[in-house]
Design a protein around this ligand. Structure first.
Ligand code: FES
Length: 154
Protein backbone atom coordinates (compact mmCIF):
# COMPACT_ATOMS: atom_id res chain seq x y z
CA UNK A 1 0.00 0.00 0.00
CA UNK A 2 2.90 2.34 0.75
CA UNK A 3 6.32 2.75 -0.81
CA UNK A 4 9.48 1.34 0.77
CA UNK A 5 10.29 4.50 2.72
CA UNK A 6 6.89 4.77 4.33
CA UNK A 7 6.71 1.04 4.97
CA UNK A 8 10.10 1.22 6.72
CA UNK A 9 8.85 4.12 8.83
CA UNK A 10 5.75 2.17 9.80
CA UNK A 11 7.78 -0.94 10.62
CA UNK A 12 10.07 1.18 12.77
CA UNK A 13 7.07 2.55 14.68
CA UNK A 14 5.60 -0.92 15.11
CA UNK A 15 8.92 -2.18 16.43
CA UNK A 16 9.01 0.39 19.23
CA UNK A 17 6.19 -1.32 21.11
CA UNK A 18 6.17 -4.68 22.88
CA UNK A 19 2.69 -5.31 21.45
CA UNK A 20 2.01 -4.31 17.83
CA UNK A 21 -1.51 -3.09 18.67
CA UNK A 22 0.02 -0.36 20.85
CA UNK A 23 1.42 1.25 17.69
CA UNK A 24 -2.07 1.80 16.27
CA UNK A 25 -2.41 5.55 16.84
CA UNK A 26 1.09 6.52 15.61
CA UNK A 27 0.67 4.24 12.59
CA UNK A 28 -2.67 5.88 11.79
CA UNK A 29 -1.06 9.31 12.01
CA UNK A 30 1.46 8.29 9.35
CA UNK A 31 -1.30 6.84 7.18
CA UNK A 32 -3.26 10.05 7.52
CA UNK A 33 -0.22 12.18 6.77
CA UNK A 34 0.30 10.22 3.56
CA UNK A 35 -3.32 9.99 2.42
CA UNK A 36 -5.05 12.90 4.09
CA UNK A 37 -7.49 10.59 5.86
CA UNK A 38 -7.92 7.00 7.00
CA UNK A 39 -10.27 5.40 4.50
CA UNK A 40 -11.67 1.88 4.79
CA UNK A 41 -8.94 0.43 2.59
CA UNK A 42 -6.23 1.98 4.78
CA UNK A 43 -7.98 0.79 7.94
CA UNK A 44 -8.06 -2.74 6.56
CA UNK A 45 -4.37 -2.50 5.66
CA UNK A 46 -3.46 -1.23 9.15
CA UNK A 47 -5.43 -4.09 10.71
CA UNK A 48 -3.35 -6.61 8.79
CA UNK A 49 -0.13 -4.72 9.47
CA UNK A 50 -0.73 -4.78 13.24
CA UNK A 51 -2.48 -8.16 13.34
CA UNK A 52 -5.68 -6.78 14.82
CA UNK A 53 -9.24 -6.62 13.53
CA UNK A 54 -10.52 -3.96 11.17
CA UNK A 55 -13.16 -3.15 13.79
CA UNK A 56 -10.45 -2.31 16.32
CA UNK A 57 -8.94 0.10 13.82
CA UNK A 58 -12.34 1.60 12.99
CA UNK A 59 -13.10 2.14 16.68
CA UNK A 60 -9.92 4.16 17.13
CA UNK A 61 -10.27 6.14 13.89
CA UNK A 62 -13.81 7.15 14.81
CA UNK A 63 -12.99 7.89 18.48
CA UNK A 64 -10.20 10.44 18.11
CA UNK A 65 -11.21 13.75 16.53
CA UNK A 66 -7.74 14.29 15.06
CA UNK A 67 -8.11 11.16 12.95
CA UNK A 68 -10.32 11.45 9.87
CA UNK A 69 -12.49 8.65 8.53
CA UNK A 70 -13.97 10.86 5.82
CA UNK A 71 -12.28 13.10 3.27
CA UNK A 72 -11.50 16.56 4.57
CA UNK A 73 -10.89 19.86 2.92
CA UNK A 74 -7.49 21.21 2.02
CA UNK A 75 -7.62 23.50 5.05
CA UNK A 76 -8.91 22.38 8.41
CA UNK A 77 -10.53 24.99 10.65
CA UNK A 78 -11.09 24.30 14.34
CA UNK A 79 -13.24 26.83 16.16
CA UNK A 80 -13.04 26.89 19.94
CA UNK A 81 -16.51 26.10 21.27
CA UNK A 82 -15.75 26.44 24.97
CA UNK A 83 -17.11 29.00 27.43
CA UNK A 84 -14.50 31.78 27.37
CA UNK A 85 -14.51 31.98 23.61
CA UNK A 86 -18.29 31.74 23.40
CA UNK A 87 -18.59 34.59 25.91
CA UNK A 88 -16.21 36.74 23.86
CA UNK A 89 -17.78 36.42 20.44
CA UNK A 90 -16.99 32.81 19.63
CA UNK A 91 -20.65 31.87 19.29
CA UNK A 92 -21.21 34.62 16.70
CA UNK A 93 -17.93 33.75 14.99
CA UNK A 94 -19.01 30.11 14.75
CA UNK A 95 -22.31 31.14 13.14
CA UNK A 96 -20.47 33.53 10.82
CA UNK A 97 -18.11 30.79 9.66
CA UNK A 98 -20.91 28.30 9.09
CA UNK A 99 -22.81 30.84 6.99
CA UNK A 100 -19.71 32.03 5.13
CA UNK A 101 -18.60 28.50 4.25
CA UNK A 102 -22.11 27.09 3.79
CA UNK A 103 -21.42 24.07 6.00
CA UNK A 104 -22.43 22.70 9.36
CA UNK A 105 -20.10 21.32 12.03
CA UNK A 106 -17.80 18.73 10.45
CA UNK A 107 -18.76 19.79 6.94
CA UNK A 108 -16.51 20.43 3.98
CA UNK A 109 -17.11 23.18 1.45
CA UNK A 110 -18.24 22.14 -2.01
CA UNK A 111 -14.93 23.28 -3.49
CA UNK A 112 -13.01 21.12 -1.04
CA UNK A 113 -11.06 24.05 0.38
CA UNK A 114 -12.25 24.03 4.00
CA UNK A 115 -13.50 21.63 6.62
CA UNK A 116 -15.09 23.24 9.67
CA UNK A 117 -14.84 21.61 13.05
CA UNK A 118 -15.51 22.60 16.62
CA UNK A 119 -12.86 22.17 19.28
CA UNK A 120 -12.66 22.24 23.03
CA UNK A 121 -10.60 24.95 24.75
CA UNK A 122 -7.54 25.79 22.66
CA UNK A 123 -5.64 27.00 25.74
CA UNK A 124 -5.72 30.67 24.90
CA UNK A 125 -8.82 31.85 26.73
CA UNK A 126 -7.36 35.30 27.41
CA UNK A 127 -7.24 36.04 23.70
CA UNK A 128 -10.71 34.75 22.79
CA UNK A 129 -12.21 34.09 20.36
CA UNK A 130 -9.69 31.60 19.02
CA UNK A 131 -9.55 29.34 15.99
CA UNK A 132 -6.95 27.07 14.42
CA UNK A 133 -6.39 26.94 10.70
CA UNK A 134 -4.24 23.97 9.75
CA UNK A 135 -2.98 23.88 13.33
CA UNK A 136 -1.97 27.55 13.46
CA UNK A 137 -3.66 29.55 16.19
CA UNK A 138 -5.42 32.85 15.43
CA UNK A 139 -6.66 34.98 18.32
CA UNK A 140 -8.80 38.04 19.14
CA UNK A 141 -10.68 37.53 15.92
CA UNK A 142 -13.29 39.76 14.39
CA UNK A 143 -15.46 38.54 11.54
CA UNK A 144 -13.37 40.63 9.16
CA UNK A 145 -10.20 39.00 10.47
CA UNK A 146 -11.65 35.57 9.76
CA UNK A 147 -12.77 36.60 6.29
CA UNK A 148 -9.24 37.78 5.50
CA UNK A 149 -7.77 34.52 6.79
CA UNK A 150 -10.10 32.53 4.55
CA UNK A 151 -9.24 34.66 1.55
CA UNK A 152 -5.50 34.27 2.15
CA UNK A 153 -5.68 30.48 2.48
CA UNK A 154 -4.31 29.12 -0.80
S1 FES B 1 -12.19 28.82 25.77
FE1 FES B 1 -11.43 29.19 23.80
S2 FES B 1 -9.29 29.12 24.07
FE2 FES B 1 -10.08 28.58 26.01
Amino acid sequence: MFDETITAELEDIRGRYPVAKAALVPVLHVVQREQGWCNAEAQQWVAGFLDITAMEVFEVVTFYPMLYHAPRGKHLIHVCRTLSCDACGGQELWQHLKAKLGVERGGTTDDGRFTLRGAECLASCGTAPVILIDGERHENLSHDDVDKLLESAT
